[in-house]
Design a protein around this ligand. Structure first.
Ligand code: URA
Length: 211
């Protein structure tokens, strides 16, 4: 039973694409294309509760009050490097969004995140920030990235990933109970190297063919 702040996107298209991504025989080019497509579909779901305002527009036939998105532009924040693959699809759907990056690498011994790069858009406190990393494994990187985003002033944050491990959800929710998580799947567990099982391997390596 997922935690109350977790949404699993069980849409058949998302699940089908995810199955293709998990397959070890799926090439990097296909993997990237699928990640981008799922990024778009997850964004559709994560934006479900965006607020709209009515504005007067004129169609070729008449003038009327039509809804449009209210407030400052959205902010997508990629946890480097694999987050970029999801953000590409998010930008396909919301091209005017601002994009931030948080660079963290995982210390191979402790599995703890080490920050090496941060660049965030202005007025982050007024934007809905959607922080993304395909894999919520231990949760350590996501916890650190969201902490950093909060330090920069962000007040409304959501987290989107492709796969989540139960322990990652637990750690993330304990650190950031105010940040909802959206994922395409909650997988079984982590292995001894903190990889998600059954998972899809190293998302960054599979995207860029670096293994
Ligand atoms: N990061 C990955 O890319 N894959 C995992 O399974 C866990 C963390």
């Amino acid at each position: 039973m997922p935690a109350p702040n977790v949404t699993v996107v069980s849409h058949p298209l998302v699940q089908h694409k995810l199955t293709l991504m998990r397959d070890v025989n799926t090439a990097s080019s296909k993997f990237r294309a699928l990640l981008r497509e799922i990024g778009l579909l997850l964004t559709y779901e994560i934006c479900r509760d965006l607020e709209t305002e009515l504005v007067e527009i004129t169609t070729p036939l008449e003038t009327f009050m039509a809804p449009r998105l209210e407030g400052k532009k959205l902010c997508f924040i990629s946890i480097l490097r694999a987050g970029n693959g999801l953000v590409d699809g998010m930008l396909d759907l919301v091209p005017s969004a601002r994009v931030g990056h948080v660079g963290l690498y995982r210390d191979p011994q402790s599995f703890m995140p080490v920050e090496y790069y941060v660049k965030l858009p202005d007025h982050i406190e007024e934007r809905l920030c959607i922080c993304v990393d395909p894999m919520l494994a231990t949760g350590n990187s996501a916890v650190a990235a969201v902490r950093r985003i909060k330090e920069a002033g962000a007040r409304r944050i959501k987290f989107a990933c492709l796969l989540a491990a139960p322990v990652g959800i637990e750690n993330f929710s304990a650190a950031h109970p105010d940040v909802p998580i959206l994922t395409a799947s909650i997988d079984r567990e982590l292995n001894d190297h903190a990889y998600i099982l059954p998972g899809l391997g190293d998302a960054g390596d599979r995207m860029y063919g670096t293994k």
